[in-house]
Ligand binder design. Structure first.
Ligand code: ATP
Length: 200
């Protein structure tokens, strides 16, 4: 599996539709300061489910929508699609290509998520990428400042980073979900017990 293409439209500085193609191997993106290099990695994180406005370097989520320039009106929609080559079926999805799309409308702040052009929930995207090492907190994207914050982090935070890299975090997340489910079931059982006691 590898990232073949990013399609950006109305995302941050990318007012017009832009396709960025990647070949297997290493790709470098170069350009002058402020030309939008980091906006591309923001776009990748955004599609993969990033919900933290701060880490997308904005104040509101709508700041990811092209805000207009001297000669261009602002856009009302930001849309980014990541196209993955999945011919090795690394993602548990039976297609050679997997397209993941996220949209945000300025008018109502409404978000849309799609997998291969079919609307889905954010959770479906998170679940799809969870086993691939591309998760929101994974090390697949190392932003500016990440290395120094890793060096400065507390031991338990650093452990979290190792767990993510080792693929342990997905099991921890599933364990937490199961514990919550068990707790809810226990509460329901207690409630049923009370009702039965009242009826007896
Ligand atoms: P550097 O090399 O300095 O790190 P960079 O190439 O990584 O720069 P980015 O940080 O990706 O540049 O892009 C910053 C540019 O994106 C700024 O010019 C900023 O005005 C523009 N930008 C960010 N958000 C929006 C938006 N919503 N609408 C229009 N332009 C935006």
């Amino acid at each position: 599996m590898y990232l073949k293409r990013i399609e950006l439209h109305g995302f941050k500085s990318f007012a017009d539709k832009v396709n960025v193609e990647f070949q297997p191997g290493i790709t470098g993106i170069v350009g002058p300061n402020g030309c939008g290099k980091s906006n591309i990695s923001d776009a990748v994180r955004w599609v993969l489910g990033e919900q933290s406005v701060k880490s997308l370097r904005g104040a509101n989520m709508s700041d990811v929508i092209f805000a207009g320039s001297e000669d261009r009106r602002a856009q009302n929609l930001a849309e980014v699609t990541l196209v993955f080559d999945n011919s090795d079926r690394f993602m548990k999805y039976d297609y050679n290509e997997v397209e993941i799309t996220r949209r945000l409308y300025r008018q109502n702040n409404e978000a849309e998520y799609l997998i291969n052009k079919q609307q889905c929930r954010l959770k479906d995207i998170v679940d799809l990428i969870m086993d691939t090492g591309l998760g929101r907190d994974s090390l697949s994207i190392i932003s500016q400042g990440n290395i120094s914050s890793f060096a400065d982090s507390k031991p338990e935070e650093r452990r979290g980073i190792f767990e993510e890299a080792a693929g342990v975090s997905k099991y921890k997340k599933r364990k937490l979900e199961s514990i919550r489910k068990l707790e809810r079931t226990k509460e329901n059982l207690e409630r049923i017990g009370d009702i039965v006691a009242e009826l007896e």
